[in-house]
Design a protein around this ligand. Sequence first.
Ligand SMILES: NC(=O)c1ccc[n+]([C@@H]2O[C@H](COP(=O)([O-])OP(=O)(O)OC[C@H]3O[C@@H](n4cnc5c(N)ncnc54)[C@H](O)[C@@H]3O)[C@@H](O)[C@H]2O)c1
Length: 325
Amino acid sequence: MIDKEKIRQLCAGRPVAIVGAGLVGAGWAVVYARAGLNVKMFDANAEITRNAMPLIADQLAGLQRHGLLDEAPAAVLARIAPVATLAEALDGVAYVQESVLERVDVKRQLMLDIDALAAPDLVVGSSTSGIPGSAFALGLAISPRVLIAHPVNPPYLVPVVELVASPETSTATVAFADALMQAVGQSVVHVRKEVEGFVLNRLQAVLLREAWALVQEGVATCEDVDKTVRDGLGWRWSFMGPFETIDLNAPGGVADYAQRLGALYQRIADARSHPEPWDAALISEVESQRREQLAHTDLAARRAWRDERLMEFAAARQRPAPAAP
Ligand SMILES: NC(=O)c1ccc[n+]([C@@H]2O[C@H](COP(=O)([O-])OP(=O)(O)OC[C@H]3O[C@@H](n4cnc5c(N)ncnc54)[C@H](O)[C@@H]3O)[C@@H](O)[C@H]2O)c1
């Protein structure tokens, strides 16, 4: 739920900046502009910034079609301004959403550049998928005001954001980011220790590791692994997590579940205790199975289809759920 009064308190009328306007940066621009903030958008590649605007216009049109915007798409788009330099992007903003390439050297250089230009109260959230702030954000004047704000793609449709402090991040920065994220409608998870991949991608890593291994061992095809999640696990996971799922799956709750099935899960975990890289032959097998399902040339259309489904889902989620017991 967007809270414009809270946003006014936090940002005092100042805009926010997106640095890195690729897939994720453009999605973040929609999150902030939809919440009423003015957004300055900068990418080191000017063509990417230019291309982001029509893409964002399409995304806003989709949101309106699904009843997910409370004003005209053009009014939201008008709040997003592409800018040509980092200095212009940072000038007068309250918050920066860093969304550049997932490389430590690129993120570190950007932190140095931001440090040289930033106002003394600027807060920076990094979209990194898994690099802890300790690897690129320490030892600078701005370090207390940098934290990880890791989204899911696209952030304007999937609300979760993981906040992760580095050892130098101040508690005031975490409190600001928590309040801002909630006020723009995101769902905040606090990751309480720095760990590579945070929570979301560590969970995804375990699932993917098993998925690749099951295909490698000939236990199931890619399509049947996908079907197991799409038509099975994913149904409950769209509205409850794995702990609540198992709490409901044994008559006596989670402790009963652990009693009944703990040993099975332990044997499965033991069987996977050695590292198995996704080798070239396996990648090629999975690639060929996926291309039988979806031609390379259809990837972009399928992404658009995915986003339409997510919008339908987001619209359904906005209807009040029946009261929980
Ligand atoms: N794609 C995802 O599903 C996803 C999800 C969550 C988080 N992330 C993270 O978000 C970040 C961006 O990922 P993406 O998928 O949008 O990548 P992307 O390649 O689409 O976009 C990255 C952009 O950063 C720009 N860039 C590089 N250096 C720059 C600099 N110094 N200043 C300004 N712009 C610069 C590039 O030109 C590029 O347009 C990464 O850290 C990634 O791990 C990605």
